[in-house]
Design a protein around this ligand. Structure first.
Ligand code: SF4
Ligand code: SF4
Length: 373
């Protein structure tokens, strides 16, 4: 019996609105699937994804691991004879996919609309102001600049540990929904018929650490270096934050740490790596603007990373320069941006790393051949 097709018109509308507006131009020539450096002869993409998207087969697409195996190099878009930009269509489908699996789902929707940005930033600012007002710290402290005298470490810990745990929980539920979605949609590639789960995880982690797939890109080769810098920059910042947590909370070491303290050096080097990496991402997007579309969603992500690094650098510079009326407010802004990056991670572009990694694990674990290298 023929499979009944029920198009999801809302899905098509969102895909088009989120940068996939060239979708209808595709006439199924399959050039993209041949050109794609990550597609294989036996499990090709993105031609089938293009037709599924045209037909509005939302369920088939959002739980399809192949949409995450694409690394958006846009070799396919460069060679598509119809200008259908399959690279951008897949990016749009990925965005829909993790919005669909996000928990709570309304947060995914909130983050996907740039008009909500002021409210998303206002939330942490209001929390911080209420907190500071309630402990009588809503003023610029006298004397040497020490941020913990303005925002006590105890309250920083309470806010950010809570936010991190909530983000972890949301991401965990989203990923679990995604895994179930892949199980429903990936027949015959079912879990347990490929590599073991642990070897699948090890193989994926090795690949992510080396960013090997980015090396296969043609047009967008520069993305390899850019992504690598941003990735390891964030890893360095994550390690630094945890070292400082241990130093301050458990070893009761006073802050600020001296400039030559290893944790300080790691933090500064990591911040510079993120800054250089995101600048390369920006330059790369500008260079390839004819091949790929940068949506407002992409731009918000880039500007928020800039806001994170620049507010961090200015916090340190104004402290060292001894300008309290600038240092404390900039520090507060920096905390708002950190809250945005951590708290909204399960719904932002940073969630790509999670979803792509899980799709890669699933592909290995389910016996979907051709991507195991
Ligand atoms: S997206 Fe372009 S290259 Fe791919 S099948 Fe459609 S028309 Fe052909
Ligand atoms: S953007 Fe690159 S990786 Fe993705 S489908 Fe196109 S060619 Fe393949």
């Amino acid at each position: 019996m023929a499979e009944e097709i029920s198009p999801d018109l809302g899905f098509i509308k969102d895909i088009i609105a989120w940068g996939g507006d060239s979708l209808k131009k595709c006439f199924q020539c399959a050039t993209c699937a041949v050109i794609c450096p990550l597609s294989t002869d036996t499990k090709p993409f993105p031609r089938k994804e293009m037709i599924w998207a045209q037909w509005g087969l939302m369920d088939k697409l959002v739980g399809n691991p192949d949409i995450w195996l694409c690394h958006q190099c846009n070799d396919c878009s460069l060679h598509c004879p119809r200008g259908a930009k399959p690279g951008d269509v897949l990016a749009s489908v990925r965005r829909y996919s993790f919005m669909n699996y996000a928990f709570p789902r309304f947060m995914g929707r909130l983050l996907s609309d740039i008009r909500n940005l002021p409210y998303l930033l206002a939330l942490p600012m209001i929390i911080f102001i209420i907190l500071l007002a309630s402990i009588g710290h809503l003023n610029i402290p006298e004397g040497e600049i020490v941020f913990s005298r303005f925002f006590p470490i105890f309250y920083i810990d309470v806010v950010f540990i809570t936010v991190s745990l909530l983000a972890l929980l949301s991401a965990g539920i989203g990923i679990s929904n995604f895994w179930k979605g892949m199980e429903r949609n990936s027949n015959p590639w079912m879990p347990g018929t490929g590599m073991g789960l642990i070897p699948s995880i090890i193989s994926t982690v090795t690949q992510v650490l080396g960013h090997n797939k980015f090396k296969d890109c043609g047009v967008n080769k520069d993305r390899y270096r850019a992504h690598l810098l941003v990735f390891y920059g964030f890893v360095g910042l994550f390690i630094t934050t945890n070292i400082i947590l241990v130093l301050v909370d458990f070893l009761h070491i006073e802050t600020p740490l001296p400039f030559i303290h290893p944790a300080k050096i790691l933090g500064n080097v990591s911040g510079i790596a993120v800054l250089v990496g995101i600048t390369l991402v920006l330059l790369n997007r500008l260079k390839n603007k004819d091949i790929t579309i940068a949506t407002s969603y992409d731009w918000v992500f880039i500007w928020m990373i800039y806001a994170l690094v620049i507010s961090g650098i200015l916090t340190e510079v104004t402290r060292l320069a001894g300008i309290p009326f600038l240092a404390y407010p900039i520090y507060l802004i920096h905390l708002v941006v950190v809250f945005y990056i951590i708290g909204y991670l399960p719904y932002s572009k940073l969630a790509h790393l999670l979803y792509r990694s899980v799709a890669m694990v699933y592909s290995r674990y389910s016996g979907r051949e051709g991507i195991i290298i």
